[in-house]
Structures are given as C-alpha cells and as structure tokens.
Design a protein around this ligand. Sequence first.
Ligand code: LLP
Length: 423
Amino acid sequence: MPCSQYRYENDELMCESLSLSALAKQFGTPLYVYSKSAILDAFNVYQTILRDTPHMVCYALKANANLAIIELLAQAGAGFDIVSGGELARVLAAGGNPQKVIYSGVGKTAKEIAFALEHDIHCFNVESIPELDRIQEVAAGMGKVAPISVRINPNVDAKTHPYISTGLKNNKFGVAYDDCVALYQKARTLPNIKITGIDCHIGSQITQASPYLDAADKILDLVEKLQAEGIELEHIDFGGGIGVRYEESDTPIDMQHLILALKDKLHARGFGHLTMVFEPGRSIIANSGCLLMQTQYIKQTEVKNFLITDASMAEMARPALYEAWMPIYETTKHADRPSQIYEVVGPVCESSDWLGKERPLAVEVGDYLAMMVAGAYGMSMASNYNARPRPAEIMIDNETAHVIRERETIESLWSNEHLLLKR
Ligand code: LLP
C-alpha cells in the first residue's frame, strides 16, 4: 500500500478508519477518496528535512487543486506553485497566502499577470524574454514592481516519460541555459522588475537523484556568474518532480538524501543563506488518494478478459496518456475466489480507455475496485468526455468523510450552452 493510512483489515481495504467498500456504497462510484493525514504526512516530509534552512514548499496546484486540499496545505504552512490565473483564484478562494505563490508557465497572459500583481505574489518564474517584457509593461501600467525569478532550461535529461520531461533543449520550457545571464542583465535594467531568484523544473515522476544534482550544479554555476555581475538572488527554486511508487519495482528517490545533497551543494559554494524553494505536486498528493469504481461487466473474448468498470479515462487519464501503470486492488478480498487476468477498462468509446492491463483480480460483477496512488493528476485532469459528470471527492479524517466536491450533475454539463432555437 502506498501509505500507512491504507491497509486491509479483515479483508476490507480501509482508508484511515473507514472501509472503502462502504464509502463506495454510500457516495456512489466513480469516487475520489483522499486521506487527510496522508497529505499532511507527505507535506511534512519536506518541512522536516528543511526545518533548519530558509525554505518554502510551494505545492503545485496542477496535481490536484481541490479547495479543501489547498486549504489544508495552506494551514500547514505551504506556499503554492500556480500556472494560471484560475489557479491563483483557487488559492485565494481557499484562503492561501498570495505572498507565498510562485507563478510558472510559458504562456502567462497580460490579464493573468495583472491579476497576480494585484495580489502581490511572491514571484513570476519567467520563461522567455518576451514574457519579461510583458511583465515589465503590465507592472509599469499598474505602478508596481514585479518580483521575478528566471526558469532556466538546464538541458538535463530527467529520465522520465517524454511527455512529462521538461528540462531538455527541445522542450518549450525555461530559458536556454546560455541565454540566461543576458536575460538577467536585461531584467536588471527594467524599472518595474525586481530580480529575486532562479528556478528550474526538469520533469515529473523522477525516480533518480542524479538529474536533480546535475541541474543543481548548472544552477549554481549560473548563480556564481550572476554574482560576478553584481546580481544577487534571494532564492533558488529546484522545482518539483519527485516521483512516487506506482509499481512495486519503482524506487522513489530518498528525499532526505536528495535534499541534504542539494543543501550541501549550496553551502559548498557559499550560498547557504539563499532560500530553498520546491514545487512538489505528485509527491504531496499522489499517495493520499484513490479512485473507487464498480465492476459493471466481465466480458470474455477469445484473446482477453475485459473487466469493465464505471470509471474511465475521463476520470483518470494517466494510463491513456502516458501508458502509466496504476495499482488496482479489490476493496474486499475474497480468498476463496479464483483470480483471473483482466484488462481493466472503462465505458468510454476509445481503445485507449484502459486503466490497467494484465491484472490478476478476484472479482464479480458489482464488486468495487480501488485504483491507488490516484491523488495526483487524477481529478485535476478529469474531463466530461462522453458526457460523463465528474466524480465526487471526499476527504477522510479518521472516522469522518467530508464531501469536498459534490458529484457533477448531468444538467450542469450543459449549463453554459445555448440552443439555437428557442423552445
Ligand atoms: N512545477 C512545474 C513548473 C511543473 O510544470 C510541474 C509539473 C510541477 C512543478 C509539479 O511536478 P510534480 O512534483 O507533480 O512532478 N500529468 C502528468 C504530470 C505533468 C506534470 C507537469 N508539471 C502525469 O500525470 O504524470
């Protein structure tokens, strides 16, 4: 199991003190369930390792932006990494502190920049010269000074799925390494820009420490060059991307080891006073969540047994998009039943609508399944494809299940649409 909050008790899979089968019955499926204490535990791993260093842990909202999750992390002291005006609005609606918000992303619009400046965010992670120019222009128009950090592209291979690798030359992200000093020099001359940091995010679901350490060396080389130019920084942002264990064979990074190694590098070059910033999404929220679904049909064909559930790529896109392997368990174990090998699929009309391949499961129609490690990039990437209302989300706090998002109604799916003919 991904974390101590999930375990079998008398053959029933539990989240904290509650049975997942009972929750599925009570709230219906598909259903996202999160453990509150698992979220806090994961956040506190960062906080504990970094406790005696100036630091800021900015949860990357894109992994899961439910207001209650933002609220919980804000209360625990988190900052937030956002990539849109919508995500900033979510932070504000959940009571998060905008002064702990860093704004990443290659396509910030003038409207979004103005919104962020209005709320005095911590900094913009600038990804190009035209973006720097735009931030200067918007800030000047508002009579404000915009704090910026430059997202460098270190050209380091994060050794992860190509769709979630971001720190290579051919990715759209960050400023080409060799252009960074010139960008800082330009930024220094702009009256409405204040340079505060440097940043880098090389990819997601990274399971080796070496790409981080290589990227850190490159960042620190730049920090030295900038210092020689008289440009002093306040923080270094190492990005997010720490991977989790989906398959037994995945070997997640030893966080203590990695963060202390980064800290040592800072100290070795005389930059121990700089604030260390991280932008983790998956490593904070993935393990806390599961997606519950119900077996609808068992369809045996000449070549395969399909287990058709009421969850699909619309609720969990990771297998369809990245061929991601997600763990799937029975919520009730039946030791007396024979298991069969299934392809677990959903009802959506696409052959890419699968959730798991070659899974040994002992199930009958009506039984519930739990896809584990589903807290990150599950609900946040859910769609209404095939006119499917998005699932409810509940947060478990020991014996209490809080509904943190109602299941969408069918009618809400067309609430913003207009007919051509009046009826
Ligand atoms: N900071 C920036 C600038 C990012 O682009 C991302 C993720 C993060 C932080 C957080 O990364 P994390 O700690 O969660 O790995 N949908 C994909 C993952 C896309 C990640 C995009 N950027 C998936 O389901 O695997």
